[in-house]
Design a protein around this ligand. Sequence first.
Ligand code: NAD
Ligand code: MG
Length: 384
Amino acid sequence: MKTIAILGSTGSIGTQSIDVAQKRGYKVAALTAHSNAELLERQARLLKPEKVALYDENAAKDLKIKLRDTNVEVLSGMQGICECAAVSSADTVINSIVGMAGLRPTLAVINAGKQLALANKESLVAGGKLVTESARKNGVPILPVDSEHSAIFQCLQGKPSNRALKKIILTASGGPFFGKTKSELENVTAADALKHPNWSMGAKITIDSATMFNKGLELIEAVWLFGVEPSMVDIVVHRESIVHSMVEYDDNAVIAQLGLPDMRIPIQYALTYPERYASPVEEIDFASVAKLTFYKPDYDTFRCINICRSAIDKGGLAPAAVNSANEEINRLFREGKVRFNDIPDLITEGASAAPNMESYTADDIDETDKVVRSAVLSAISRKD
Ligand code: NAD
Ligand code: MG
């Protein structure tokens, strides 16, 4: 029987991972979350893991009391999460933590020699070189959970040789503001941005989809996962979210992966790879989908895509810096403290505060994060 651990088990990907794990009959050895003790208690009673961890120390104390009649070990803080990430009985660990808080857990999974099913794209964006080099050194695969990257991974199965791959075509839904002009976006709020047309996801990634920063993160994610040059990654807007991404070979043959927009397909594939099994997701009814449309992204209105492209072109810590700036600004936008159209300039300004360096450690990434976040906060207070 397969044994897994789920980091970020209370979130959108985390709860869908539990659904997949239960349907496949997997044992769950560890669960972690930020602070939702009620939900983690329910999950722990259902799945009987060996260990659980909450990042928040007080919430962990509360959970320890709630679970005192069980054998579940309750841990806390980043150290507790990393201990769960390395739980000895698990063979695969799903990292579905949101944000660069997922970096140390990603490294903990890899250093423990476990397969990493990665939804937490921010850890790969912030620490791409570090993460992929550690994975290579430890001989562990990184199995993509992000739907586009799962699609590309699926399209690459049976690839003749690296030279035959011409490009990767990432599809983007375009988010809730597709087709809008800059002036129409002047007064949009977080509530408007949270209405995603096709996917139901956590708040941070939903805002990132509205700014299309998410597609920039995914471009960087693709570069690291598939070892391609950034110039080999094209982006096309596909409103229906049925084609999850494509690869084009030297002979101009394009292979695509299609399915209904439901994350349980890529989650399950990351857990069963290279095998496939029946899934809880329905089949596509092509006649009712009727048509699939494709558009060039509006790079002038959605400037975050090219901010990420420049960052990966620069390399080193530049992707970490734009990622941290975006995390901070994303939160402030959700709190109503930043205007939608100010987001791209604020990201650029915040990210430029940190010095770049070619090779780096996890501590350097944390230092960049600190510098950038405080630069964002002072840029915003100057605007007030
Ligand atoms: P979410 O907000 O619904 O859940 C996030 C999880 O991380 C929660 O369990 C939360 O408790 C935990 N968490 C948050 N901050 C933490 C911290 N500081 N320390 C430890 N744990 C913390 O997010 P989500 O939508 O499930 O997204 C998770 C990741 O998967 C993100 O990186 C996102 O980009 C990626 N992803 C999500 C989707 C989706 O459909 N939701 C699709 C593709 C990729
Ligand atoms: Mg995606």
